[in-house]
Design a binder for this molecule. Structure first.
Ligand SMILES: [Zn+2]
Ligand SMILES: [Zn+2]
Length: 175
């Protein structure tokens, strides 16, 4: 008996679906890897603990994974819209309610990623702003290279959109 891909019924399968264990070819397989949940490594860990190889046929991807990927992408899109106010702007944000727990990032490879990782955590708790943000870089020596690692924290907050249109802080380097 010739084994064929369970999705396209044509190509010779070289992979196996991590959920239903049916054979899939590399064109039809969908993969969950580090890039699928860059800003939510805990989601990747959860999926990989259940489906070790992170390879899916189209049916299993739809049934088990698609909703989570969609939700992640929605949160990431929201994160990109989060308004960022640095600690030094605390005069502008003094009236904003500070109800949420402070979120942190450690050793991000660059400034923008540090901000986006903080913003992602804000979007996760349905906040549209980050206030009291402090970010610091430290120089790390790797062989002959020196590069900066960014760490910091901020507090997710909910801000009236109407107020923000006047005074939106564009994500950018404060230096
Ligand atoms: Zn196929
Ligand atoms: Zn499957």
């Amino acid at each position: 008996m010739k084994i064929i891909c369970s999705v396209c019924q044509k190509s010779k399968p070289s992979l196996v679906c991590s959920a239903c264990h049916s054979p899939v070819c590399k064109h039809c397989a969908q993969f969950i890897d580090v890039d699928s949940f860059t800003y939510a490594p805990e989601r990747l860990a959860k999926i990989r603990s259940q489906y070790t190889d992170g390879v899916f046929c189209s049916v299993c991807f739809e049934n088990h994974i698609a909703a989570e990927v969609n939700e992640y992408e929605t949160t990431l899109a929201e994160a990109k819209k989060v308004s960022v106010f640095f600690k030094k702007h605390s005069k502008e944000t003094r009236l904003i309610k500070r109800r949420e727990e402070i979120v942190r990032v450690v050793d991000c490879p660059d400034y923008d990623e540090a901000i986006l990782r903080l913003a992602f955590q804000a979007a996760k708790v349905k906040c549209n702003a980050l206030i009291d943000v402090i970010l610091d870089s430290k120089k790390m020596n790797v062989g002959t290279y020196t590069h900066a690692k960014w760490s910091g924290n901020g507090r997710p907050a909910r801000v009236d959109e109407k107020v923000l249109t006047h005074d939106r802080m564009v994500i950018g380097n404060p230096n």
